[in-house]
Design a protein around this ligand. Structure first.
Ligand code: ADP
Ligand code: MG
Length: 563
């Protein structure tokens, strides 16, 4: 039976579609990129499934996407012979807009079209970009391995409802018909579609074909129609760097990351020798909304000898590099590799340390060559990179070089200063890097602990991110200099105190002895000690945490975690 039914999207769907159409209006042609990207993913999934069961190819393993156009009917058809979908898949994948959380999406909207367009990308509404140009979309699909009568037809006019019914479909895969809006009929044009495919989808590894009229060989004969690949149709990462343009790298990023904005930078490398693999790693320009969500997607797209194996293979990079997107293609792994096997394979460990090093090198280069882009990176992902020294002890010096801080040097909240910048400004005789950690920038900046440092013109790092104390507990030294919390323990300014200072301090200490005794008596058990301090120049007294105790910020962090 045909089981025709009409279903509604969530209530926000209509608003969301409207917003997407509006915010992506100036860049309408991307609908084609999104649909071709999905067709390519579907081909990848089929190839992967066919490793175990090659009957799924149904005798046709030449995977491709076909784009056709009917100018008079204002109709574009995008057809693939990939993995296809059954009824349940269709409802799950096309029946919910912004699967990843419409509510979160709506809250994040700013009203600024450009920013909102980026958000839309992050929330994975790729397929729905069809409605930027179409007022009716019909999807006909049949899953590989299912019978022809188990095909599914889905139709939607971009409003609040869609209609789904069973249908007969002889060939596996998915066909998408876009009935163009009257103001989008410019896209019903063979030449226009070819140029859009060239521009956005050249990197797609399978052929994207279009019909072409071939004149008859003998005079007076009928012309014939042939299919012709419009794209280069090789896995982009297998080509050599010199043959790939910036734009191709950027479009490929959008395909693998499902992000709409351009990446900040990338690194493409072939490794030969004991292990043989290619990697293409990208640093995004924008943090995903689930960067701090433990179950948020992370990791690379894994291929084995050009066959797609899995998305989000997280074994190839440490957690503190979870912002990195890209592809790794191994020639050594088996096509049957699973997540469990990846976890145990010692070769993966060496790939992981090599890839980690690549990312650190890429960031080092970015910091050196493009301060503005590095600042963008730092604002989006700095707090994640700060987890590095704790997770990856071996690379801590390299990571430390990449850190940026707010400091008393310019007293702003922006984190722009490196430890090397700090060291370059150290005073004669200074052998430590001083820092203070507090719950926010203002508290850090106005701390009484800083008074003596300000007076002597000694720079202090102002830390106020949640991870900062965690970071500092794993970064006791940089470039041979120890990092010292000015709010903790005895303050020893060492060489920075001159002889006069020292004499004066001893005298004061003598004179204040009776006061200290009284204070100790009054405070009793509440304190460990009462000392004369020289760290203050204006405030009369301050609380100091013993050297080896948890800092105030760390204590708050643990308290908030219920410890
Ligand atoms: P994304 O590609 O980011 O997952 P999309 O909105 O582009 O989001 O697509 C949603 C889902 O619909 C895909 O993840 C996939 O499961 C399914 N889908 C879309 N197009 C196809 C297709 N041509 N063949 C098979 N499945 C598809
Ligand atoms: Mg998609």
């Amino acid at each position: 039976e045909a089981q025709k039914e009409t279903r509604g999207f969530q209530t926000e769907a209509k608003q969301l579609l409207h917003l997407m159409i509006h915010s992506l209006y100036s860049n309408r042609e991307i609908f084609l990129r999104e649909l071709i990207s999905n067709a390519s993913d579907a081909a990848d999934k089929l190839r992967f499934a066919a490793v175990k069961d090659d009957s799924l190819f149904e005798g046709d393993s030449d995977l491709k996407v076909k784009v056709s156009v009917d100018k008079d009917a204002k109709l574009i058809t995008i057809s693939d012979n990939g993995v296809g979908m059954n009824r349940e898949d269709v409802i799950d994948n096309l029946g919910t807009i912004a699967k990843s959380g419409t509510a979160a999406f709506m809250q994040n909207l700013t009203g600024d079209d450009k920013k909102d367009a980026q958000l839309i990308g992050q929330f994975g509404v790729g397929f729905y970009s069809s409605f930027i140009v179409a007022d009716k979309v019909v999807v006909t699909t049949r899953k590989a391995g299912d019978k022809p009568e188990n095909g599914v037809r889905w139709e939607c006019d971009g409003e609040a409802e869609f209609v789904i019914e069973n249908t007969e479909k002889a060939t596996r895969g998915t066909t998408i018909e876009l009935h163009l809006k009257s103001d989008a009929d410019e896209f019903a044009d063979d030449w226009r579609l070819r140029s859009i495919i060239k521009k956005y989808s050249d990197h797609i590894a399978i052929p994207i074909v279009m019909d072409k009229e071939v004149p008859a060989e003998e005079e007076g004969g009928e012309p014939t129609i042939e299919e012709e690949a419009v794209n280069t149709a090789t896995a982009m990462w297998t080509r050599s760097r010199s043959e790939i343009s910036e734009e191709e790298y950027q479009e490929f990023y959008k395909h693998v990351s499902h992000d709409y904005s351009d990446p900040l930078t990338w690194s493409h490398n072939r490794v030969e020798g004991k292990l043989d693999y290619t990697s293409l790693l990208y640093i995004p320009a924008k943090a995903p909304f689930d960067l701090y969500n433990r179950d948020g997607a992370r990791g690379l797209k894994l291929y084995v000898q050009r066959t797609f194996i899995m998305d989000d293979a997280e074994q190839f990079l440490p957690l503190y590099m979870r912002f990195v997107k890209g592809v790794v293609d191994s020639n050594d792994l088996s096509l049957n590799v699973s997540r469990e096997i990846l976890q145990k394979d010692p070769n993966i460990d060496s790939m992981r340390s090599a890839l980690t090093k690549r990312v650190l090198d890429m960031l080092t280069k970015l910091a050196k060559n493009d301060a503005e882009k590095y600042a963008t990176f730092w604002n989006e992902f700095g707090e994640v990179l700060k987890e590095g020294p704790a997770e990856d002890f071996a690379n801590r010096e390299k990571i430390a070089k990449l850190l940026r801080f707010a400091t008393t040097h310019n007293d702003t909240a922006e984190q722009t200063q490196s430890l090397d910048d700090y060291i370059g400004r150290m005073q004669e005789g200074q052998d430590k890097i001083y820092y203070i950690a507090a719950e926010n920038h203002n508290t850090a900046k106005n701390s009484p602990h800083l008074e003596v440092f300000r007076k002597k013109g000694i720079e202090v790092l102002l830390l106020s991110d949640r991870v900062d104390e965690w970071l500092m507990s794993h970064l006791s030294e940089y470039d041979g200099k120890s990092l010292q919390d000015v709010g903790k323990g005895e303050l020893d300014l060492g060489e920075l105190d001159n002889e006069e200072d020292k004499e004066a301090k001893e005298k004061t200490a003598e004179a204040l002895k009776p006061l200290l005794e009284r204070a100790k008596g009054a405070l009793g058990e509440k304190v460990e000690d009462v000392r004369v301090t020289h760290r203050l120049t204006e405030s009369p007294a301050c609380v100091v945490v013993p050297e080896h105790e948890m800092g105030a910020q760390m204590r708050r962090l643990l308290e908030s975690a219920g410890q």
